[in-house]
Design a protein around this ligand. Structure first.
Ligand SMILES: Nc1nc2c(ncn2[C@@H]2O[C@H](COP(=O)(O)OP(=O)(O)OP(=O)(O)O)[C@@H](O)[C@H]2O)c(=O)[nH]1
Ligand SMILES: [Mg+2]
Length: 423
């Protein structure tokens, strides 16, 4: 450390950089704080793999050999872009809109190969679904011949001529005959094949997806040495990395999802049963983004519950906050309807909620579910509850989330349902 400091006192700018790098280890903390304020669960981004380095054209030389054999090094491979699911991330706000991996460096003389570009590893929340967005080709482009080497090349290099693939020795552009040159097999394959369409679901912590592959490095001139061609005065350029436009959608993964009208007491219920502390207030749309709580049972079995903003009738027409937040309960095995039983016709609320779920995703309302009749401590609740119970065979669990009454019955009913849904 002392020697590093002594070195840096001679270069104050570098010392400043050293100090800021050390301070920057708190960047993840800052990012998480920002994520809380600026929740994003749907975004587009562009990912670009690093370009491969170019091969080198060089010939061995020393005091006794004036014109030796070719000794140009190969270019390094470009870095790739990876997405890794991380359970500690909660929002896509930490993902930048343009993600570029490092390019590879060029090869050099004396058979020195270029170094590969570093991969860019981007942490995304668990439950991120990645889809590629492709432009629909216009009919004229569709009709153009697009197969074989030149077709693939045109796609990759946007119409570059094959001679543009080559690095030429100074003033050898016209003397090099590159038309019949056999390209290395992996290089030719990369040119001919368009990258496959990408679709990934990062559901488990640590799951990785390669979203943009780095370009191959170009071969140095020794690759083209043969009996017929003793002095190849050309090498290959590196290939560009894959470029993709991606659509990221965060679909939270929890065992159970809370669904209810605004103000029904979803957040109060989550606070009562789990370790989460979402905001509670006596007005609609207090909760503006999803919260996940973990319920730990007496036998240490754990259950995750997702609280999402309230759904109102007409949410599918974007009334209220719309129904985009329902994506966070799409993957829940069990739905927990929270209904304010002190309202005049709680059963109508439940029907409206089921209708909205069905409009968001057909079949969603038929998922195994439990109905929590919340605010059972209120005066109007008793009569409503008794009437409702006579009208339906659905199991209703009366609960007062605020006073924490009958919570154990609710959590055990949810657990039983989750376990039977998993079986
Ligand atoms: N009396 C009574 N009041 C309750 C009960 N549960 C919740 N409340 C009250 O109802 C109001 C709304 O509660 P929230 O938990 O914020 O409701 P929410 O469903 O999360 O509402 P949004 O986030 O806006 O969708 C608060 O004032 C709570 O104190 C209950 O069991 N009994
Ligand atoms: Mg809430």
């Amino acid at each position: 450390m002392l020697s590093t400091l002594r070195h840096h006192t001679r270069a104050p700018g570098a010392l400043l950089r050293l100090l800021t790098t050390q301070v920057d280890k708190y960047a993840p903390l800052r990012r998480n704080k920002r994520a809380g304020r600026n929740f994003i669960d749907h975004m587009r981004c562009t990912v670009v793999g690093g370009r491969g380095g170019s091969g080198c054209v060089s010939f061995f030389r020393d005091t006794r050999v004036a014109d030796g054999p070719p000794d140009g090094g190969d270019g390094g491979r470009g870095g790739s872009v990876w997405f890794v699911a991380d359970a500690n991330e909660t929002s896509l706000s930490c993902v930048r809109q343009l993600l570029r991996a490092q390019p590879g460096t060029n090869g050099r003389g004396k058979s020195m190969h270029g170094t590969g570009g570093a991969d860019l590893v981007v942490r995304v929340p668990r439950g991120t679904v990645v889809r590629e967005v492709r432009e629909v080709p216009r009919p004229a482009e569709d009709a153009a011949p697009a197969d074989g080497f030149l077709g693939g090349l045109a796609r990759q290099l946007q119409g570059a001529r094959s001679s543009e693939l080559f690095v030429h020795y100074p003033r050898w552009e016209d003397r090099n005959n590159t038309a019949d040159v056999r390209l290395p097999a992996d290089y030719a394959a990369a040119l001919a094949e368009p990258p496959a369409e990408l679709c990934a679901d990062l559901a488990e912590h640590g799951q990785r997806a390669l979203v943009a592959r780095g370009g191959l490095g170009g071969a140095g001139n020794p690759h083209f040495f043969s009996g017929a061609l003793r002095r190849p005065h050309f090498a290959l350029h590196g290939l560009p990395g894959t470029t993709r436009t991606l659509e990221l959608e965060l679909k939270t993964i929890a065992h159970a999802g809370l669904v209810g009208m605004p103000n029904a007491g979803k957040s109060t219920f989550l606070r009562a049963v789990s370790n989460a502390h979402p905001r509670v207030a006596p007005y609609a749309f207090t909760t503006l983004n999803p919260y996940i709580g973990t319920v730990t049972y007496a036998d240490m079995w754990q259950l995750t519950i997702a609280d999402i903003p309230g759904i109102v009738p007409g949410a599918h027409r974007n009334v209220g906050l719309g129904h985009a937040f329902l994506r966070h309960i799409e993957r829940s095995r069990v739905l927990v309807f929270i209904v304010d039983v002190s309202r005049p016709q709680p059963w109508a609320d439940l029907d409206a909620l089921r209708d909205e779920l069905e409009r968001h995703q057909p079949g969603l309302s038929r998922r195994p579910s439990v109905v929590i009749a919340n605010k059972a401590d209120r005066e109007e609740a008793r009569a409503n509850f008794e009437r409702w119970q006579q009208m339906t065979d659905t199991v209703l669990v009366p609960v007062s989330a605020k006073l924490r009454k009958n919570i154990l019955k609710a959590t055990h009913t949810i657990r039983r349902l989750v376990e039977s849904a998993a079986a």
